[in-house]
Design a binder for this molecule. Structure first.
Ligand code: GAL
Length: 686
């Protein structure tokens, strides 16, 4: 198998359907070890009833597979895999290293447990109780992986491999002595000399100069703010250290088996305090897989879902990806675990598929009776099959079968490709979350979401990209609060404009270089010239304060004192200490155009600006005048388009679409009627 995302996803879907007819993946985590063996027969019978074709097995089963050191018991797993195979259910087989290592392991090797910044060593008894730097953990994980991959390499049920689970979810970052040693080696490789490290970390400040590598520590709890570059490098190191664990286990599996290897990512949860750089990780998985859970208390959580799905597709470089987990209804880990309303699960799943997933799996198949997640919904609820959840699961299985034809297609926009990219660098995100910044309200994630939401509401699809990517195919690129930009990223964005592109930069973009050092001169340092503005001082706003603008509504969170040099001022601040300073500007540079937005615009103001930007960049929505709360996304392949329409609102709407509505088998001639809460998928030719 060619190990790239498209080929690997095709490899999997080809094995889920019948010969010549690939199927979208449908199923979930299956944890049969939690149940008496008699239950398994009912499990597979119901899996068949629901049309489940793929289950992830063994993710948390280490202590059962290796009950004591070097003693392995595979009997139960052999029987489970046989049963699944006999019933035509394929397996995404885990190497089980995300389980907490078994109690015998942590008891024997307590030094392998992670340590917090305050020096508290984690105990075992939950999960992921290991330090990535621990040689004992790595040895034990490699041995287990070797056994599992060797034993099941040829098993006919297995079609893909699931390494670990949600790396970094519970044990990141680790500040142990092992991590300190690993961090020092990583820094030596990065900087080569202490002089270079001292320069990069700016250690002349507060007398932090290091004179020996041994003096360097992780950014453990200290009296006040720690060195920001030390914190940033520690996040980079922590991601890399964990990635080494993944790569070592993946390499063992690959030495045994041709099936695709992956691990599941966690969407936007990749911040400074849970540092995993998925852009880099995505280079090492055969298929990008993501887990997504709704924030129950956010009434517009479907927009967050859309942003996460788009970001996942970004990691997959636009190719199909796999939704490894989502929930049929409530989860167990939020303050109030709100259940999904009737129809909500179908809308959520189709959002992921619309945005490029070639399958949708859940956590988990059967809701647990015991343990911390017993109140988490499953495909098969405690209350059994005469339930809303089960009926919806069965219907979803049918729906996904009828959508098999979209497999392998890619998300497109009105022009035949996605025209807008949003820049979302991990380093920029991490650095923006460092302490001691101008305003706690200035959040890179929040600003990114605001821009994504604006395009979402306008019905304009967006890709996520890194600042260093080739952006030449995009008509419009938005860089929301890309606070840190490397020289390479900054000059790539500049070059994009010079070559004719249209770039929108929000405040706090390009302020620091990759070492988190200010780019001197007028703000924003990397782009003052490109934007044709000279901003001299930040004027963050007070909590709840807003300022009137001469156009595009009001600004909150942020304002700046400065002037336009060559830029045209599209909107100026009208009140307060920076009255007269630019809020939104436009500047022609090279063959392109650069816009600056120096405040947080209100949703209405941003929508107004968006229509100007889209008109100038010739970017069209998929459907004009999209009704509120209606989501329209398109996937295309070989001259066929599939337009997914999802009505999150409570009114029936009509959309001007022609073709065949697949779910109801209806011919449409320019008029789709979409009920409140309903979904539709329209096939057409272009
Ligand atoms: C995920 C995890 C699953 C399960 C799920 C519950 O983070 O991978 O194992 O815990 O959350 O929502």
């Amino acid at each position: 198998m060619d190990r790239n995302n498209t080929a690997a996803m095709d490899y999997i879907t080809a094995r889920l359907g019948s010969p010549g007819s690939p199927a979208l993946a449908f199923g979930g985590d299956y944890n049969p070890e939690q149940w008496p063996e008699e239950t398994w027969a009912e499990d597979v019978r119901l899996m068949r009833e629901a049309g489940v074709n793929l289950v992830s097995v063994g993710i948390f089963s280490w202590s059962l597979l290796e009950p004591s050191e070097g003693v392995y018991e595979f009997g139960w797993l052999d029987r489970v895999l046989e049963l699944l195979h006999a019933n035509g259910v394929r397996v995404d087989l885990a190497n089980a290293t995300a389980s907490p290592p078994p109690p015998w392991f942590s008891h024997k090797y307590p030094q392998s447990l992670p340590v917090t910044a305050d020096g508290v060593r984690h105990s075992y008894g939950s999960r992921q109780a290991f330090a990535a730097s621990s040689p004992e953990y790595r040895r034990a994980a490699a041995a287990l992986t070797e056994r599992i991959a060797g034993r099941y390499r040829g098993h006919p049920a297995v079609v893909m491999w699931h390494v670990h689970n949600e790396y970094g979810c519970h044990n990141q970052p680790d500040y142990s002595d092992g991590a300190a040693a690993g961090f020092r080696s990583w820094l030596e490789r990065r900087y080569g000399s202490l002089d270079a490290l001292n320069a990069a970390w700016g250690t002349a400040f507060w007398s932090q100069r290091y004179s020996a590598w041994q003096e360097i520590l992780p950014p453990r709890t200290s009296g006040t703010w720690l060195n920001p570059t030390q914190q940033l490098d520690f996040a980079r190191y922590s991601s890399d250290e964990l990635l080494e664990c993944y790569k070592a286990e993946a390499a063992i599996i690959r030495s045994h088996s041709p099936h695709p290897v992956t691990t599941n990512f966690m969407g936007f949860n990749m911040g400074l305090h849970q540092p995993v750089d998925y852009w880099r990780w995505a280079e090492h998985v055969d298929v990008v897989a993501n887990d997504h859970y709704l924030a129950a208390d956010d009434p517009r959580n479907f927009q967050e879902l859309a942003a996460t799905a788009d970001l996942t597709r970004g990691w997959a470089k636009g190719r199909p990806w796999l939704l490894m987990e989502h929930s049929t209804s409530a989860v167990n880990w939020q303050p109030r675990n709100i259940a999904k309303a009737p129809g909500e699960m179908l809308r959520n799943t189709l959002q992921h598929v619309a945005r490029g997933a070639d399958g949708a799996l859940f956590f988990q198949w059967r809701a647990s009776r015991a343990g911390a997640e017993k109140f988490h919904s499953g495909m098969l609820p405690h209350a059994g099959t005469d339930t809303k959840v089960w009926r919806e699961v069965v219907r979803l299985g049918q729906t996904l079968r009828s959508l098999a034809e979209v497999g392998g297609s890619e998300v497109t926009g009105a022009s035949g490709r996605v025209d807008v990219a949003i820049i979302h660098d991990t380093d920029a995100r991490w650095a923006s979350e460092l302490d001691s910044h101008p305003s706690v309200d200035a959040s890179s994630i929040a600003e990114t979401r605001r821009w994504h939401d604006a395009f979402y509401r306008a019905g304009v699809p967006t890709d996520f990209r890194e600042s260093t990517d080739d952006l030449s195919g995009y008509r419009l690129v938005v860089a929301p609060m890309q606070y840190l930009l490397s020289d390479c990223g900054a000059s790539n964005l500049d070059g994009y404009v010079q070559a004719g592109g249209r770039l929108v930069l929000s405040y706090l973009s390009g302020i620091v270089d990759e070492n988190d050092h200010i780019r001197p001169g007028s703000y924003p340092g990397a782009f003052s010239r490109l934007l044709g503005v000279q901003m001299e001082e930040f004027f963050p706003l007070r909590a709840g304060e807003s300022v009137r603008l001469s156009a595009f509504g009001t600004g909150t969170c942020w304002s700046e004192l400065g002037t336009a040099t060559t830029a045209e001022v599209l909107s100026a601040v009208e009140e307060g200490p920076v009255a007269g300073s630019p809020a939104v500007t436009r500047n022609d540079a090279g063959n392109g155009r650069a816009y600056y937005v120096a405040t947080t615009l209100s949703a209405d103001g941003r929508a107004e600006l968006l229509s100007v930007l889209c008109a100038e960049a010739d970017v069209l929505p998929l459907v004009p005048d999209l009704p509120a709360d209606v989501e329209v996304v398109r996937r295309s392949k070989d001259g066929t388009d599939w337009t997914f329409c999802i009505n999150h609102g409570s009114t029936n709407v009509r959309l001007p679409l022609s073709g065949v509505e697949i779910l109801r088998g209806e011919d449409l001639d320019g008029d789709l009627s979409l009920a409140a809460g309903g979904v539709a998928v329209v096939r057409s030719r272009h």
